[in-house]
Design a protein around this ligand. Structure first.
Ligand SMILES: [Zn+2]
Length: 51
């Protein structure tokens, strides 16, 4: 499953999440500030770019 780099547009919290968590955050909002999260907050992380 793909992983995504999440950066909250409201509070700048960062986390790496999988696709399932991404879907949930789009529904429930940021786990830190509870602000609304939109798809641009997620950038897919390449599995070959682990640095
Ligand atoms: Zn937030």
């Amino acid at each position: 499953m793909s992983e995504y780099r999440f950066t909250c547009p409201n509070c700048d919290a960062c986390a790496t999440v999988d696709g399932g968590v991404r879907e949930r955050l789009l529904i429930v909002g940021c786990p830190v500030c509870a602000g609304a999260v939109d798809t641009p907050a997620f950038v897919e992380v390449s599995p070959h770019n682990t640095e």
